[in-house]
Design a binder for this molecule. Sequence first.
Ligand code: MG
Length: 318
Amino acid sequence: MITKTSFVVFALALTLNTVSAQEVKQYGQLKVTGTQLTDKHGKPVILRGMSFGWHNWWPRFYNQDAVKWLHRDWKCSVLRIAVGVEPHDAYLQNPAKAKEKIKAVVDQALKEGIYVIIDWHSHTIQLNQAKAFFSEMATLYGKHPNVIYEIFNEPEKNTWPEIKAYSTEVISAIRKIDKDNIILVGTPRWDQEIHIAADDPIQGQKNIMYTVHFYAATHGKWLRERSDYALKKGLPIFISECAGMEASGNGPVNSTEWNEWMNWADKNKVSRVIWSISDKKETCSVLYPTASSNGNWKDSDLTPWGTETRNMLRSYYK
Ligand code: MG
């Protein structure tokens, strides 16, 4: 016979089991200790989560219910806002729309207690616009430990000295307002020349990390070796975008290489964010067009990449 007390205990256990952890409550203000992302006490932290697709092309998923679902069902401890910069109707043409989408996601991430990356999703240097943008973001959100700034998604043609000079200026604009939140710095050739940054890192700044992006069917062992080299030289790494197929976002997933990468990241306690919450007809979109804009996605709304990614993220919470 079930007593009243044991029923209450049972109901409470069920509730606890279905509500996700509030990582920001647990870890607080993140910092970089050596090469490691750590919590407020200096203990290692590994964040895992999803990147939204470019906000200008997939604005429909930038809302509070999708954030809630990605945290509670997909178990994301971090989400990435890909702020499109150069394309039609992206930030440079329509800053108001970009800020509205950023606000929707950040506000809900604060409520959920998860981390959120504001990513300047550019392939070229837009120094003055980036400085103004990140000064505004730091003013709005710098007091919240949840927020991480990614100041240059994927440099395409710029050399490391150019990226370094750009980053130094944007970092100092942010640090005038926000002294402590993590800042992610891009590396040359779509974030694959981490070894070059490792030979000539930015000096005199705290709480900055460098980004590696990989698409496992294109970027294999050679990029892990570059990343090993960088870690050995003391460079903190954050994988702010990755996926299992080719760099085009299409073609088959290379599961062997993908698993090698996940093992590498776990072994080295490196955080990772997966590309992407979008519904385009391509391998890297995790959703089909049938998916609602507001989460509550059924299994049939998930592409094979969506199913694999969700399973992987959830596997850390069993
Ligand atoms: Mg701060």
